[in-house]
Ligand binder design. Structure first.
Ligand code: NAP
Length: 295
């Protein structure tokens, strides 16, 4: 048996072309969606992620406002920049590239972002809406995984979904989105005893532990849909995930690769959230009686 490949790269291209049409419609009405991106310090991986996000914005017609601050910037200066973006009507989405170098208080920085512009979906207000089953701007990676399941023809309703990892950015919001889609969800973490006994029951298995090759073939139920969120660079320069791809593909029914799986979909959903935030801002302005250039 060989698993069907869930091609995140092709799906992301499709999402982006749908978004480009929505961006064009907004731009025709005098509103160009804008994403502000903040990079702090000199982490090379973060710099690459930010570059890719800005490039994706340009390709979709979204205006980007990028700022690179030195690690020596004060928390006050950083918060002042976010306040300025919160007040800027041309900025519809704000993203602070994580992790922030020490000693910044990432939680405080996230909480300073206007929740209506929190396109990473990490503000407590957006996390709370997700918990209530009313996601407004859901976290990008889990939202991307939901699109991948849909594209693979996998309806989570009534299925047992197992998520490995309980981080604020991936595991927890992933579990909430699957629950909202009527899956029976089990959330595993580093203190879960006998992980494989649980993963073997999964109809849908999401691997987001950040442990290279953690999910081996014997941990997967035959025919399961497996999504690999992990990203790791090997000493010889290859990019691999949390799943042992070469073995698991003989057991799973469908499987996402790394690279070319969740990564491109995370960026596509960031663009999606930015366009959505711009559309919501337009609706809110209309409700207040504020007119756009072409109204
Ligand atoms: P994280 O904050 O380090 O969280 C990892 C989670 O996995 C924690 O909840 C941890 O449990 C759990 N875990 C660790 N080892 C485990 C084990 N052996 N068995 C079961 N659970 C285990 O990581 P993250 O930010 O969620 O990211 C996870 C992975 O996804 C990383 O490889 C990251 O690079 C990747 N990622 C990819 C994308 C993308 O766009 N493709 C986006 C975000 C993240 P505890 O809570 O008990 O410590």
């Amino acid at each position: 048996m060989s698993a069907r490949l869930i091609d995140g790269k092709a799906l992301a291209a499709q999402v982006r072309s749908e978004l480009a049409a929505r961006v064009a419609a907004l731009t025709a009405r005098g509103i160009t969606p804008g994403l502000a991106v903040m990079l702090v310090g000199d982490d090379p991986a973060s710099a690459i992620y930010v570059r890719n996000k800005i490039k994706a914005c340009e390709e979709t017609g979204i205006r980007s406002y990028a700022i690179h601050l030195p690690a020596t910037v004060t928390q006050q200066e950083l918060l002042a920049r976010i306040r300025a973006w919160n007040a800027d009507i041309n900025v519809h989405g704000i993203l602070v590239q994580l992790p922030l170098p020490p000693p910044f208080d990432a939680q405080r920085v996230i909480e300073s972002i206007d929740p209506r512009k929190d396109v990473d979906g990490l503000h407590p207000e957006n996390a709370g809406l997700l918990l209530l089953g009313r996601p407004q701007l859901p976290s990008c990676t889990p939202a991307g995984v939901m699109r991948m399941l849909e594209a693979a023809g996998c309806n989570p309703a009534g299925q047992h979904a197992v998520v490995i990892g309980r981080s604020i950015m991936v595991g927890r919001p992933m579990a909430m989105l699957l629950l909202a889609a009527d899956a029976t969800v089990t959330l595993c973490h580093s203190r879960t005893p006998d992980l494989s006994a649980i993963t073997r029951q999964a109809d849908i298995l999401i691997a987001a532990a950040g442990r290279r090759g953690l999910v081996t073939a014997d941990m997967v139920k035959p025919g399961a849909v497996v999504i690999d969120v992990g990203i790791h660079r090997t000493p010889d320069g290859r990019v691999v995930g949390d799943v042992d791809f070469d073995q698991v593909r003989h057991v799973a029914g469908a499987l996402s690769p790394v690279p070319g799986g969740v990564g491109p979909m995370t960026i596509a959903m960031l663009l999606h959230n930015t366009v959505r935030a711009a559309e919501l801002a337009v609706d809110a302005a209309r409700g207040r009686g504020v007119q756009s250039a072409s109204d």
